[in-house]
Ligand binder design. Structure first.
Ligand SMILES: [Zn+2]
Length: 144
């Protein structure tokens, strides 16, 4: 989570990310596998493309991993670009937007926004109360 937004992203890039699910997946895939692919199941480092955009498939055990697996965006019921918008604003936003405001801007149900915002807040709170070492491992879980 914090790893995702560790660096200030340019407004140019943000705009693209907020508008395109594909860009978000590409961005997450880059973060995840920028240092190379490692299969979560068997540790193999060879992969071929998976079925969905930007997913990868282990050549050994055939386990497929999507760009969102292991991140806060996994199993998200609405478009990842909208989730990205909420996550970025909660982590880095200058103003504290209400879930009603998110719902209005993104054409989502308020409850949907509330649930996702709560998920992010919980993840962030966990981070705050942890030691550096624990944070590192959480970062790994959230973003790799
Ligand atoms: Zn594998």
């Amino acid at each position: 989570m914090s790893t995702i937004f560790k660096n200030e992203l340019s407004s140019d890039l943000l705009e693209k990310l907020f508008l395109s699910d594909e860009k978000c997946l590409e961005f997450l895939a880059d973060l995840k596998w920028g240092d190379g692919f490692v299969c979560r199941k068997c540790g193999n480092t060879n992969h071929c493309p998976g079925k969905t955009p930007y997913s990868r498939r282990c050549t050994k055990c055939k386990t497929e991993e999507s760009a969102t697996t292991g991140t806060i965006f996994h199993n998200c019921k609405f478009p990842v670009s909208k989730a990205f918008y909420i996550a970025y604003n909660v982590c880095k936003g200058k103003e504290d937007l209400s879930t009603y405001e998110f719902a209005r801007r993104l054409s989502l149900r308020q409850m949907t926004c509330w649930k996702f915002k709560t998920k992010i807040k919980t993840a962030l709170q966990k981070m705050d109360s942890l030691s550096e070492g624990e944070k590192m491992s959480i970062n790994k879980i959230l973003t790799s």
